[in-house]
Write a protein that binds this ligand. Structure first.
Ligand code: PEP
Ligand code: MG
Length: 315
């Protein structure tokens, strides 16, 4: 019965009453792009670009970067592709940028912080993306990882504009950016919640530490409160906020996220059809009610169970 239900829905994501929630793919390279491009997805919500830089002994030339980016963009035609600029740091070191060891890589000079220290890095990446966008005619949007403040968002937006790219965004994965999203998102065109890091930083629990998985659960009501704050700040400026962390691929949580106000969900392509089905069974009002149920719960387990009990029995 479930297989039949999954097969019944296809195309753009939407709630039962027709409120669109774009369903996008997370990809990490050319092979992923070719595979995801052939799927029923509305584009890419997170293209992790680290593979191009982490294994390189020197910064790849702009031409080399352009060729790879064009190959990633091509399978998506005119569908959107959201590219995350380099998210390197002491835990994902670059051979050509020795920044030394750090006591706490997750709290160190990573993501946009590293690019601010080495602007030539991000400028070459943005130039290559602009050239690849021109070559392919693709709808490219770039976003920065690990943004904490409005100044950082403004710095990134100015670099993106200088490179001639049309749209800039920021990942919201640091609680400071979520809590101050009305100011952070005022500087850019969109936000994308990285719930993996957002859970890590909200709960002060290392995401690499398997023993802490209960604390890292994206159903933690505190994480949901932080997500709600990020969405409220975006709504003040009419700036779309999506989700590109693993949580977007959980059909029940996807309903809660839609209820909190996100406009897109990006996930491993194999998870898209179950999320599409879940959305198609609920109106936006029902999603909002489910979000309230989740946030009213005392624990992550209670939140999940309460939403499961209140959601459509067809799930
Ligand atoms: C996240 O932090 O949720 C995210 C999507 O990025 P990554 O998992 O690559 O840190
Ligand atoms: Mg992250």
């Amino acid at each position: 019965r479930r297989a039949a239900a999954l097969a019944r829905v296809s195309g753009p994501g939407a709630t039962r009453d027709g409120h669109p929630i774009a369903l996008l793919a997370n990809i990490g390279g050319v092979d992923d792009a070719v595979a995801a491009g052939a799927q029923d997805v509305e584009g890419v919500g997170l293209f992790r670009t680290e593979f191009l830089y982490l294994s390189a002994s020197s910064l790849p030339s702009v031409d080399e970067q352009t060729a790879i980016y064009a190959a990633v963009l091509k399978p998506f035609g005119d569908r959107r592709v959201v590219v995350r600029t380099l998210d390197a740091g002491a835990d994902k070191p670059l051979a050509f940028a020795d920044l030394g060891e750090e006591e706490n890589p997750a709290l160190g000079r990573r993501g946009l912080r590293l690019c601010q220290a080495m602007p030539e890095l991000i400028d070459s990446q943005l130039s290559a993306l602009a050239m690849a966008a021109k070559e392919t005619g693709a709808d490219v949007r770039v976003m920065a990882p690990m943004v904490a403040t409005a100044e950082e968002a403004a710095w990134f937006a100015s670099r993106v504009k200088a490179a001639g790219l049309p749209k800039s965004g920021v990942m919201i994965e640091v609680p400071a950016a979520a809590l101050r999203s009305r100011h952070v998102l005022a500087e850019v065109d969109f936000g994308s919640l990285g719930t993996n890091d957002l859970a890590q930083y909200t709960m002060a629990a290392d995401r690499m530490e398997g023993e802490l998985s209960d604390l890292l659960d994206p159903w933690q009501p505190a994480v949901l409160d932080v997500v709600a704050a990020a969405c409220a700040g975006g709504a003040e400026h009419g700036k779309p906020v999506g989700v590109c962390g693993e949580s977007a691929g959980d059909p029940l949580l996807a309903l809660v996220l839609a209820g909190l106000g996100v406009s897109s969900l990006s996930m491993a392509p194999k998870k898209v059809s179950a999320v599409r089905l879940a959305l198609s069974l609920h109106t936006l009002d029902e999603c909002q009610a489910l979000a309230e149920v989740a946030r009213a719960a005392r624990t992550a387990a209670d939140a999940r169970e309460a939403v499961r009990a209140a959601a459509s029995e067809e799930l």
